[in-house]
Design a protein around this ligand. Structure first.
Ligand SMILES: [Zn+2]
Length: 163
């Protein structure tokens, strides 16, 4: 099924403009990552999804109302979208990416500034955490050997080749 993720929606543009002005740099709709995240911030190892509350089935959201006709059809469709979002974010997490979802309703004028600030705060926190972890380098002698002579295995020369 073609991606429900349409490009350049207004909520997405709001997030992009804010982050750009705040000095964050990103790539858009990376086709090689699961779910084609709207924004990819490599430096922060973070994918940002800007989700419409209806299509992505924002739970408990007052802007998400099931249509009153074809209820079964819509329920199944939205449910599939939710499941796919979840699976894609799990795959990204396994690949070492952080995932942040910004919902359309969180970008309504009354709450927009707060949402965007906390997004920037989260990104900075992720960056600091990642970089403090990276300083922790495993000492060389504890590293497993990357390459060993093939004769070590299976042809009786084991003992001679070993030092
Ligand atoms: Zn919502």
């Amino acid at each position: 099924m073609a991606a429900i993720r349409s490009k350049n929606t207004r909520p997405e543009l709001i997030v992009r403009h804010y982050l750009w002005r705040a000095g964050f740099r990103y790539r858009l709709n990376n086709p090689r990552l699961p779910g084609h995240p709207d924004l990819v911030l490599r430096r922060y190892r973070t994918c940002i999804f800007v989700n419409g509350c209806f299509w992505h089935g924002h739970e408990g959201c007052r802007y998400f109302r099931m249509p009153t006709t074809n209820v079964e059809f819509w329920e199944a469709k939205i449910h599939r979208n939710q499941q796919r979002d979840q699976q894609e974010q799990q795959r990204l997490a396994q690949m070492g990416w952080h995932c942040i979802t910004v919902w359309e309703c969180q970008l309504k004028p009354a709450v927009r500034e707060q949402t965007l600030r906390s997004l920037a705060f989260t990104l900075n926190r992720i960056f600091l955490q990642d970089n403090s972890l990276n300083r922790y380098v495993v000492p060389e002698e504890q590293m497993p050997l990357a390459a060993e002579p093939e004769t070590l295995y299976g042809n009786g020369e084991k003992e001679q080749t070993k030092k």
